[in-house]
Design a protein. Sequence first.
Lengths: 465, 296
Amino acid sequence: MSTFSGINTARRALSAAQLGMETTGQNIANVNTDGYSRQRVDQSASALDQTGRFTQKYVPGDGVTVTGLTRVTDALATATARQDSAAAKEQATASTVWSAVENAIGDTGATGLSQNLADLSSAWNDLASKSGSTGLEGAQSLVLTRSQTVATQLVGMNTQLESQYQQLGAQAQTLTTQANTIAKNVAGLNTSIRATLAGGGSANELMDQRDQLLSQLSDITGARVVNRDNGTVDVLVGNAAIVTGDFSYDLKLTTVQSVTSNTVVPAGSEKIGNQLVASIGGQDAGPVTGSLKATLDGANKTLVEQQKGLDDFATKLASSVNTAYGKELFGSVASGWTVGAPVKASQLTVTETTADFRDSTGTGTGTGSADRAYAKAVSSAFGDVKSTWQTNVTKLAASTQSVSNRAELASQVSLKSAAVADGVSGVNLDEEMTNLVAYQHAYSAAARVLTTMDEALDTLLNMVR
Amino acid sequence: MLGRITQRSIAATALTNLQNNQARSAKLQEQITSGTSLSKGSDDSVRAAAALRLNDQIAVNTENSRNLQEARGWMTTQEPALQSTSDALKFIRGLVVQAGNGSLDANGLKAIAAQIDEAKGTILGDANTQYQGRAVFAGTSATTVAYATSAPYTSGDDGQSVERLISPGVTMTVNVSGKDVYGDGTANVFRELDDIVTSLKAGDATAATASLSKIDARINVTSNAMALIGAKTNQLDHAEDVNTNQLQYLQGQLDDVQGVDPMKAYLEYTQQSVAYQAALQVTAKTVQSSLLDFLR
């Protein structure tokens, strides 16, 4: 042991305690920072390096060395929290999509299309008993007016679905742009972290920032993160890489004609049935979870199914009524349409007029002309039409309810796993206060040691006069 | 270290739970103010399906009740007409009997003939009764008169029955066939009466007496028709009762499915408010304290 080794030990103790206090200060300052992981000072006792014939037997160590400033995280907890959060976002977005569809189409029988179908059916029933000229024209025009109401409502529902499709397309674009911006930032941070670590510095704050960005990216695209040895990460969306080390690539959305065709649709003319496809550098990169996936699924699958349901119903309505009426009453504005062909909900219209209505003159031909057998036939055909619509609406209500339940469940799961991740890396003020007190005492004690060494040396130096 | 609590997680949990509490309160409030527990199908898809069905059945029930009213209109039009016809026929019968007892001279017979002719006019008017601009004794034909107003009094009755749907799947015939009561072609009551009038004007009372059996037959047929209408009216009364009861039942069911019991809802809301208050108080106490309060 040398004369001044005690002073050296005290000096090292002071600086270690000071580092401890500063780290605790950093933790406390960031107690409310999103994505911050608490940091701990790792210190170890330092042994005296002795060699050769100057080795002494009973010598204490050389003080304390700070071996590292660790960032306390659990990789598994973080990854689980990220995944669950992405799933929760996906379900929440899906729930929004279905709610909007239900807003457009659904009803409980007191309002909506069910009510109009019931009114139309009763108008036909009234027509069946009108005769002569008293009230006949009124009954006929009531039937046509209510038929027009039903047709207009179906067209309106289809329009709402189409506008929802446009909105989903715009939302998907926005999310994609966000994802690309985040990916660029992640690549930038990768570069900084790699440089810092290679230079021997501490990159803990940068890593926290990067983790935040990765959570956001995962919420949007369900991205997978792969850690590399040099401190950088690779991020994969589906099977394509959006970030590799220092470089980031752009996620692109294209609208193609349909599931079977790959012709690109020019902007401004997208409609339901077109498919939104995500790709990175030409390679298919469909997100596996996250809000972008729910948006794409809503546009590519949900709206297509719902529009098909509307089209099928329009066809059934037109063919049931036209067959029972014996003439064309519901038609389509599509060119080249013939009676009996399928009708799209967006093109449904009433082609009959009061002038051309069957026995509008009150005379008519055939058996039971004044008792309007055809009107009775139409009125009874409506039973089937109404139950088809009821089935549609009930399925929609059930799907929407189940999606909303799944969303709630997923958000509960996400909350729990976020709590677990936070439990590992979050800051607890009580703990920090305790550490602060401990470091403070250590500092005072080390200062005391220094004073004592100083007095001892004083005694030594004043020994020889 | 398992189960470590941090400031962030305390805040996050408290916030989430308070929001859930508020969401429950808001939902109860919406139910109470709107009066219905089913504002959209996804609230409860099973009850929504039931509500759809019930609304549909109520609409059908309303349609049927309108048809019942119409049927009743037909009955109340036909019955007085037939009654009047029956009375006129009986009056004619009396006149014919009087003509046939041989105490009248040619002028007397002519006077009787004139009365019979007038009574025939009444019966013709009855036969051409209209309901909403349509002859009731002409079946489903659209003509405004069931019988031509002059010889040979051709009938416009097409022999079809007028049917009305009075309850799901049940139709009721509401008309009496004109041909059954007043006859058709050469065998209709007006030509028979014309023959009587002609023979009385010619002074032949015996021919008139011979056709008494025909008049009796007509009176019979008219009585039968009136009895039929009586039976139909009974059926109508019963159907209307059933219809009204069914409507009440359906509306009760609908209220069960989607209605809100105000007392129960208000109690739940009160309980929820108390729970919310408790949550707020506890949150206030736990979020505030930390070690800092106790260190010098």
